[in-house]
Design a protein. Sequence first.
Length: 263
Amino acid sequence: MPDVAIAPDTLDSENRKFSQKCLTKPVLLNSIPKSGSHLLRNILRMFVPVDQLYKAQFIQWPNLNQHLDAFDTRKNYLISAHLLYSDKSAMLANRTQKILLVRDPYDWALAQARFFVSDVFSSNFDHIKSGSLTVDDLIGLMIFGIHQKSPPLRQQYELYAAAWLATDIYLVRYEDLLKNIKNITTYEAKTYFQKLLSACGIIMPRDWEQRVIIGADRKQSATARENLNKTPSVFNFPDELPLKHKELIDYAAPGIRALFGYT
């Protein structure tokens, strides 16, 4: 498995400033990598006791057997995972409140490319960080995969996200999450977070806005875009995916954006 160097945050100490109620059922936050996973995790951990946060950053299929304790219904952890859909993962997930986080594939391809060449990510294909590939090359590799090293976009969206739609998951779109964070004082945002917390089995407290703001602080996330590199990157990524790459995603994974409500 690749190595991700996650810098420590101070959210445990921030969490202890609030009155917390214990979860009565495990909560599984599942997502495709680079879909805003840390953002959702950091927000929701502000609503549960520190000792109910499962400390492993993200459980994945290769290390699932090492983390079976995370799904113990006597402990009721808040669990973060990048779990593909299969028999064992589905059986374990059925013990939990299931939340599925997704991101527009157009944005995901860019975010994944930035992450793969960042300082915090290390793998058996670190040679792509050398600058011998263009940004177009990198984005193409995110769409079609790196042979025998990283699966293509379509496969990731199918196994980490689309297949889970067959279950009783609560779907969260990264873009909707961001929108409601930015408009935190509105009635719409209150309704949005009330539904999200309810899907986790959490009753919204009066100080919910403050908790969301603290959890959403980008300084607390080592994988936020501006925190990925200690030194300037040799790659100059665009802010928006180029049209030709959008068309390639539509070709490589037809229908996948519409399935999750992106048009």
